[in-house]
Ligand binder design. Structure first.
Ligand code: FAD
Length: 440
């Protein structure tokens, strides 16, 4: 009997944001549909997970409970307590590996401690790599003799404001079938052009599997098998580059698992003393950043892509995050929170790692002085300006040579704003701020 228990309280401060809740609603609907095709269905319950599972087991005579492991600190605590509770009630409780190719405790240094940087972790990961076995799907699933009462999906009230989600909805198909279609479309691309294409935000050059992976609609094992079947991994540069990104996903979860405070605090402790601006001082700049109205075209294009689709290209995520934390000196936690609410693929490990990496306070930190310049990044990775034209249509008539530049004094283009910050001056200010903690 497949069961989903809605228990947001157990997720602590990181229960699903608005875009994730939209995805979750449709993902559960799709899962129920797929199960019904095989003679089963999804039972939805609401409340404290342990009590609900014990109730459902006793109503149906189930003797065992199985689930795939999660690694977010609050969920590890919940599942540990759950295992004990179920066992105490005479049930067999068993968790399995499904969300990762390697468990966080399977890749460790010689002395048994976790890796702190990606490169040696990745080397070890590749050494341990074996193409995962794929298992056939069951054609029929047997359910209990009588199905217990649950709540309806609508009763979970997961869907947020209608006008906002209707724009997101055009871009995605949550659920297993949507994930399969993405994967099938991507397998050829992976081999041919992923290595170069993954850096160009104006092209459809990446898999867009992140939300499907996060919600467990497709496993990393299945993705890796599909790539391996298309040609031996790790041979093939495009496929290897892709596998490396999948390993980054695992490394992000790994870091969060081994450093449970990471979602809120910097990995490098000296950053606790970093002189960020105060909320009262940065509130207007933060608002302009969220709305895509900073006057820096590539930053604004990224923030609008996020708002309109629930997703943003990886290179642009790095650029908008660098702009927020370095040019605007706004704490990375503010940006991480906004992403958490707006991304359909919001994932505590990946989001935390992405923000800390860019802010310079995480593992493998881009050194603090490496401050992305959105104009130069735009000229390099969006040379014709296609990406900016798509998401900032008011700039569409600007020539490619000016498309990434902020408006000049006296220049006006529709209601597009003038830059909220001077790139060079703010860069110097960020470097000065860094000197205050550099030697601590
Ligand atoms: P592809 O390029 O097709 O990569 C395949 C898969 O590998 C992705 O689906 C993802 O699971 C994983 N992956 C790719 N790049 C990274 C990366 N840099 N770090 C970790 N895993 C990666 N990713 C999330 O899934 N959720 C987040 O909340 C998230 N927040 C981010 C915040 C910031 C500031 C930054 C810089 C990056 C963030 N990322 C996050 C990582 C990355 O941007 C996305 O995983 C990627 O853009 C998803 O698109 P894709 O599926 O087409 O990726």
């Amino acid at each position: 009997m497949p069961v989903y228990v809605d228990d947001p309280e157990a997720e602590g401060a990181w229960s699903a944001g608005a875009a994730s809740r939209w995805w979750l609603h449709h993902s559960l609907a799709s899962l129920d549909g797929r199960l019904r095709e095989r003679g089963s269905r999804l039972v939805i319950a609401r409340g404290e997970s342990g009590s609900e599972l014990v109730r459902l087991a006793s109503e149906t005579g189930a003797g065992s409970v199985y689930w795939n492991r999660l690694y977010e600190p609050a969920l590890v605590a919940r599942d540990t307590a759950l295992k004990q509770r179920l066992t105490d009630c005479g049930l067999r409780a068993r968790s399995c590996k499904g969300a990762l190719l390697f468990e966080p405790w399977e890749i460790l240094k010689g002395d048994g401690s976790p890796y702190g940087v990606f490169t040696p972790y990745w080397k070890q990961w590749q050494k341990n790599w074996r193409p995962p076995e794929s298992h056939p799907e069951p054609e029929q699933l047997r359910g209990p003799e009588s199905w217990p009462a649950g709540v309806s999906l609508d009763e979970l009230v997961l869907l947020p404001r209608q006008d906002w989600v209707s724009s997101i909805a055009c871009h995605w198909q949550p659920g297993e079938l949507g994930a399969r279609q993405r994967l099938d479309a991507f397998v050829d691309l992976a081999a041919s052009s992923y290595r170069e294409g993954r850096d160009l935000p104006g092209c459809d050059g990446t898999s867009r599997l992140s939300a499907h992976l996060h919600f467990g609609e497709i496993s990393p094992g299945r993705v890796a098998s599909a790539l391996n079947e298309a040609g031996d991994l790790p041979a093939g540069e495009g496929r290897l580059a892709f596998l490396r990104e999948m390993a980054w996903r695992e490394f992000s979860t790994y870091l969060l698992y081994h450093h449970p405070h990471l979602a809120n605090k910097p990995l490098q402790e000296r950053y606790l003393a970093f002189p960020w601006r105060e909320p009262g001082d940065y509130a207007d700049d933060l608002k302009a950043w969220k709305r895509g109205r900073t006057g820096l075209p590539l930053v604004d294009a990224g923030m609008r892509q996020l708002w309109q689709t629930g997703w943003m290209h990886n290179r642009v995520r790095m650029i908008v995050a660098s702009f927020l934390t370095k040019n605007l000196l706004i704490p990375w936690q503010e940006g991480a929170r906004w992403f958490w609410d707006a991304l359909v693929d919001a994932d505590l490990g990946n989001n935390t790692q992405g923000w800390q990496w860019t802010a310079g306070c995480g593992a493998d930190a881009a050194p603090y002085f490496r401050i992305f310049n959105p104009v130069l990044q735009g000229r390099k990775f969006d040379p014709d300006g296609d990406y900016v034209r798509r998401w900032c249509p008011e700039l569409a008539q600007r020539p490619a040579s000016r498309i990434h530049h902020p408006l000049r004094q006296g220049e006006s283009v529709g209601d597009y704003p003038r830059p909220i910050v001077d790139l060079m001056g703010s860069r110097e200010r960020a470097l000065e701020a860094y000197t205050t903690i550099r030697n601590s």
